[in-house]
Design a protein around this ligand. Structure first.
Ligand code: ADP
Length: 187
């Protein structure tokens, strides 16, 4: 159901993909938003990157091809859930524009709402937070292929929202995403 301006009158599920560097704040924002939406009675699913990899993508590594395949698989599951009225929050790096666009196109083809949120925390701040000690391990030469350091991250060109978490509290970041959902008919 759409209004004359083309926007949905009511938010009946959809996917919110939070893309950004490791430690940017994707998981924290997704969990905070999920809590708020659930408290309001919405059906919510968070598709956590590590959990989904363990469940669906154990066969995949971190090459460009494998990262793209992982993103497309997650996009497929997200779309299925979202098409049944679930708000699906996806805190997954998704470093390559082509696979993000493929997921967006999949959603559009089925008429399922899709929002891209770029959690645009600068790499220096992410490395400082270093929630999983990945930046320290990369700097020490213990791991390689870390997005944003020695692996590419293609910055989204036209996301629905860009969050500068280094200047915000978690609550403020959550509120910004929530506000976009409200604009799309969440009530
Ligand atoms: P990611 O999922 O992107 O790898 P996490 O959410 O696991 O990152 O970690 C982000 C860290 O940054 C957390 O420790 C969180 O408390 C902190 N942080 C500080 N400010 C914010 C903010 N505005 N939004 C999200 N996280 C923030």
């Amino acid at each position: 159901m759409t209004e004359p301006n083309g926007k949905p009158a009511v938010w009946q599920g959809g996917t919110v993909w939070l893309t950004g560097l490791p430690s940017a704040g994707k998981t924290t924002i997704a969990k905070g938003l999920a809590e708020r939406l659930r408290a309001e009675g919405h059906r919510v699913q968070v598709l956590d990157g590590d959990e989904v990899r363990a469940a669906l993508s154990k066969d995949l590594g971190f090459s460009k091809e494998d990262r793209d395949t992982n993103v497309r698989r997650i996009g497929y599951v997200a779309r299925l859930l979202a098409s049944h009225g679930v708000t699906v929050l996806v805190p997954v790096i998704a470093p390559y524009a082509t696979s993000r666009e493929a997921v967006r196109d999949q959603h559009a083809a089925q008429g399922v709402p899709y929002l891209e949120v770029h959690v645009a925390t600068p790499v220096e701040i992410c490395a400082d937070r270093d929630v999983k000690s990945l930046y320290a391990k990369q700097a020490a030469g213990e791991i390689s292929g870390l997005t944003g350091t020695d692996d590419p991250y293609e910055v989204p060109v036209a996301p629905q929202l860009r969050l500068h978490t280094q200047d915000q509290t978690v609550e403020e970041s959550v509120q910004q995403v929530y506000a976009v959902l409200t604009e799309r008919g969440l009530s």
